[in-house]
Design a binder for this molecule. Sequence first.
Ligand code: ZN
Length: 883
Amino acid sequence: MTGRGPQDGQARDSLPIFDRLAPPPPADVVAARIDVHTGPGDIVADLFGRGGWIARSAIDRQRRAVSLESNPMTRMLAEVVLRPPDVRHLDAAFQGMAASPLRESSLKTSIGDLFATRCATCGRALVVDEIGWQVDDDASIAGRMRPIERHYRCAVCRDQLGGSDHRQAALDRDDLRRATADVGADAMRSVLLARFPIPDGAEALPRELLDLHTDRQLVALGAILERIESDLRAAPVMATLRLALLYAILPASRLGSGPGRHAALRVTSGHVRPHTATRVSERNPWLAFEDGFRLVRGFVQGLDSGPYGPIQARLGEDLRSLGEGAATTFIGLAGDEGSAAMQDGPGGYGRTTPTPKIRLALGQSPMRPNLDRLAVAYHATSWLLGAEAASRLPIHALAGPSFRRSWRAEAEIIGDALGRVGPVMARDGRAIQLVDGGSEAVIATVLGGAQAGFRLLGVHTSDHVETKTSVVELLPPGGRLPPGARTRANVSLEALPGGAGDAFIAGSSGLFTPAERFDARPFSASDAARAVTDAAVEMLCARGEPAPHERLLGQILIGLDRAGQLHRLAATMMPADATGSAGDPGPDPVESLVVLIRDELGRPTQERLTEIEPGRWWLLDREDLARTAAPLADRVEWAAFSLLSTAGPMSEATFLERMGAMFNGPDLPEDGLIRACLASYRSQRAGSDQVTTDDDLLERSQEHTELLAAIADGGHRLGMRVWLGSREQTRRFGRGTLGDLLLNGEQRPFLGSIAPAIEDLAEVDGIWYVRAKVAFMFEVEWTAMLGEPLLRRHARIPPNDALIRFLVIAPERTDLVRYKLAQSPLLRAAIESGNWHIMRSDRLRAFLAREPLDLDDLEPYLGLDPEPEDHAEQIRMFEEGPA
Ligand SMILES: [Zn+2]
């Protein structure tokens, strides 16, 4: 045999099937949250584990971990992920299985006998890799297929005749006899059938699933499974071998299409959906098992060589055991069983150590179920773990044509799990759920939290295209809202017992009424709608610029939480297990809230908010607009420059982390902004692992003065009158000041002839004008902070046809200005209505250096795009390069 041996696999970092059933969380997000919210020794709990990944990250960071796994399959995966077996032990177990006695020979040889053949060329005795079957009618109906060809490997023929060892031939009489021989499949079938719990209304399904295999495939797979289960092995080794079998079952079935490959298993209305191939391959199950072993072995190797290095969790029997000694991890199943192990009750058997508290509940929301995923889980769980494990799945749904879970049920599942963990959480702990999906998924998580008495601290919804994960941060019952939380008037809440910061008191509804408990009043849609607008307006005022819908939603939910509305809405939900029997449960609260928020924001009579462009919201009311903060984009830019210029060289990761810590809540910037600021200000001379800036305030100030002087000179050469900003006039220039450059008649001009806003005009950096005819205004900026000049000062200078404005920016800011313009409808509108032209300072200098100076030559110097000369230069360089 010269095919790849079972030990030749490559390291890999994920497993097929689990990719779809339970995709792991983004590792960097998990690691960052563990670092921020816990210290070494603290306990991190994952309430909806998808294979122990979060626990693994926690243990890698010297924390202890609880992983309550979503289902028996992920629990089995967690055994491997948290305690990867030594590959030498795995190999020994595999070899031992192959050689284990079965009937008169060994397991591997017995299976080989079922698939025995002779080389069509040299007559040597061999084992077939697979038999090709022709499908006459329907592959799902046994008996309508004919074996037509065999594939095998003959090393003798390869050596003598050359070419590959892979051979294909028609079936001889012995092959045909073996293909349909009675191999005792009926007995094996009834043994295997007992592993499948029978779903109501889908009674035929277990048998149909077993009928996917030919008799000898079924007998062989069953024999491998018996061998895995009958030997005494360490749990991680056992789990690894079961997983290896998982990857053999479908390839060694009528859905098989080659080594390790198979068509998707589909179940609908209680039956296996027919597979419409005209040819299927009957793979030798032992080879399929070798393929599966190779794949899982590579996964185990990948765990050890991954970024975390080797990890060995030490398992305890419950939460309490994590406080008693060497145990670092508890693995359980979500639901009653797992929560029983978390309870803080009186310990039996003289256990006196107090149950340790959970500092951080961190996890992904439960996977949204669908029929395909359920079918795959039912099939795999029954085969690998048997009827008891598989009956924990919602198998009744297999009888139906589709399977969906309401958002209400989603919220209730989350609320139930959080409700169980709440009592054993540290008071200063956190619950953080990573949510995949849109507004409904976020709201379901938030409402689930409210149902369990958790308070909402933050919703960070990524606007990054690839990572659509939202992070919902919750405070456990009894915890204090941390300093930094703000009232709707944007005033910090103090954490006084029973005071405004007490997590269980909602703000009172009137000026003279005392604060009340949340549940004192029923949910009111009109109160909630008012809270939506209030929260959105406060958010936009604090942000100072339009916000994308997902950012707005996060702050609206926090506003609803602060106003007590989330808690009241959650109180209308029923306990998770009461649904179905309790009559009409009323409208889905998650969907209701989605609709309530959407309707309130877009209400025709809405006078305070507007969707300024699709998916982006801004203020309408004059009073609200008057009290907005400086635009977030400008504050982020200034913070980036300040950090770069004062903190000394640092890594890019440190920079991003420190910036992230400065801006959150309503000020959570869009993902690209911080990077755009960094790109604009970072020094090109520093190494790629160190960020710093070359920008220097003093140099920039001198540059500003010199450019204004050149502008003054240019205006005079053009025969126009010149004005320089009143504050700029006092700057030192040459032996005097900038103001000295103004001619006699220019020092006390009548600016009212240009426009009515005289005070604002006086602050414009530079103006060229011809009285009562035309004026050119220049604002010279070395930053890309356009809010002050464009949206404030010049907004007060009304536009007219004789007013032309130039925004002169440093060339290093070009891309950042471009980014801000793309993101801000306000800036774009201001540029448009104010008759602005953007110009790079180096181009303005080049224009002003022309002799003679003529305004007709200005056009090519305007804009943010590369100048034509640059193009010519680049093209020349390109042509001279290697062909
Ligand atoms: Zn041969």
